[in-house]
Design a protein around this ligand. Sequence first.
Ligand code: FES
Length: 90
Amino acid sequence: MYVCHCNVVSDHTIRAVIADGARDVGDVTDACRAGGNCGGCVPAIEDLLAEAAAAVREPALVGLRQAARRRLAGGGPFVPVPVVVRPAAL
Ligand code: FES
């Protein structure tokens, strides 16, 4: 799905940019130009950044939220996906 229509940038590209280290809208714009024109997509970029940050903080809850969103979107039965959180190595 296109997030930034001005620069034809998809959510997949923005997620990849975030996974590569973008931490704010400016980083995303620098990496893929999304958000660098009218700014109409900035709230959606912020949502993707927040989603990625939440996935780091609360991986199990994000998995449940994604399953719930899929269910609400008609994507099949609600089946929570178990998420294994390993403690960081000491
Ligand atoms: S829609 Fe992204 S800058 Fe205009």
